[in-house]
Design a protein around this ligand. Structure first.
Ligand SMILES: Nc1nc2c(ncn2[C@@H]2O[C@H](COP(=O)(O)OP(=O)(O)OP(=O)(O)O)[C@@H](O)[C@H]2O)c(=O)[nH]1
Length: 356
């Protein structure tokens, strides 16, 4: 295709669970300079909601199967990129000049980058762009303390993007900045709240160095930082699992709000992420809800239902918390009918994530 670059940059948007990747992506995609962007979304969990929460669906947006890019979806990533390239060449989809991959909040970015290098077709048409890692100013310190994935994401990034500085306390923020500078002194440390932020400039530019990671002559990255290897060979923390609760019929908002607040108050340490699209009593439009550990974000109305499915779907990513307990307490609190579908455990798409 005439206007497509010889090597299309593939940018990676990473960052721990709930740290604001989709929010940033949504903002980026409204930038006129970034109009020609293909988006690949990968989510940890049975049911992906991010493509709905992004509220942009077209043929240059690809949802990668559930499972984690760094563990089980790498072949699919390569296939998706090859397919996008081939359809662009044949003029079947709008031209795109860059790719952005939004990874799961638990992804290790390194294998994603090496997928580009390993594939004989991809390396002739794509090149690495930038790795942008969002870091939650409220929960980031605890996540760095607890989850190796969070450290890997921050260590490999070209740009560290602090989010939620508007609701974080100053003292904690200073400590987090210091820690991030120590972890990755070469990355630009930015904030989504910065009015001067050059959003378009976050992408594409190939960078000469990437922290302590060596760059091969072909421009791809060939070493993983040894200091961040996990004892179990690099898979996710042992007890992290995800499940979805799907609920028929409208939910009472007050009861739901009390339940969620109590849940996160009591078990916030272990609820790494909760997000959902809710059908609420008295509301024509769906409402998106987000929680990250102890933090409940204000709910937002979505523009419209993304499909004919009018059920509420609530996705949980938990660390060592029993799905059936959550289901029972949800039913008791909200007096909702039985939760119609409850996926738990470790399905084949994410076998690398062990259940305890
Ligand atoms: N106050 C505030 N809230 C934010 C900011 N960035 C994101 N959020 C909120 O944080 C919640 C999670 O944001 P998402 O963008 O869905 O996070 P994510 O990293 O894509 O989440 P996962 O893909 O599930 O890991 C949402 O309720 C956002 O509105 C910010 O800078 N300030």
């Amino acid at each position: 295709m005439a206007n497509s670059p010889a090597f299309t940059p593939v940018n990676l948007l990473t960052g721990f669970l709930g740290s604001g990747k989709t929010t940033l992506l949504k903002r980026l995609l409204t930038e006129p300079a970034l109009a020609e962007t293909a988006v690949l979304i990968n989510e940890f969990g049975e049911v992906g909601l991010d493509h709905y929460l992004l509220e942009r669906i077209d043929e240059t947006m690809v949802l990668l199967q559930s499972g984690c890019l760094c563990c089980t979806v790498r072949g699919e990533l390569a296939d998706a990129l090859r397919d996008l390239h081939s359809r662009r060449e044949r003029g079947l989809i709008p031209n795109f000049k860059r790719v952005v991959i939004e990874s799961t909040g638990l992804a290790d970015p390194f294998p994603v980058l090496s997928t580009l290098k390993a594939d004989p077709v991809l390396r002739h048409h794509f090149r690495p762009g930038n790795v942008i890692a969002t870091v939650d100013a409220v929960n980031g310190m605890r996540q760095l303390d607890t989850y190796i994935e969070s450290n890997r994401q921050a260590a490999i990034a070209d740009r560290l993007m602090l989010t939620k500085t508007d609701i974080a306390d100053e003292e904690g923020l200073d400590l987090l900045r210091e820690r991030l500078r120590r972890l990755n002194p070469d990355a630009a440390l930015l904030s989504t709240a910065d009015g001067e932020l050059d959003v378009a400039g976050l992408f594409d530019e190939a960078v000469a160095t990437r922290g302590s990671i060596a760059q091969s002559p072909s421009g791809f990255y060939c070493e993983t930082p040894a200091m961040l290897e996990t004892a179990d060979g690099g898979t996710h923390q042992a007890a992290v699992t995800s499940f979805v609760m799907s609920v028929e019929g409208a939910i009472d908002w007050t009861a739901f709000g009390v339940w969620l607040t109590m849940l996160l108050h009591r078990h916030g340490e272990r609820v790494l992420r909760v997000k959902g699209i809710l059908n609420l009593e008295g509301e024509a439009r769906p409402v998106a809800i987000h929680g990250v550990q102890h933090l409940v974000h204000p709910p937002t109305h979505m523009a419209a239902w993304p499909s004919d499915d009018r059920r509420s779907h609530i996705v949980f990513i938990v660390d060592g918390l029993d799905a059936s307990l959550l289901k029972r307490s949800f039913e008791a609190f909200t007096l909702a009918g039985p939760v119609s579908s409850l996926a738990g455990g470790a399905p084949s798409a994410r076998q690398d994530v062990q259940t305890s």
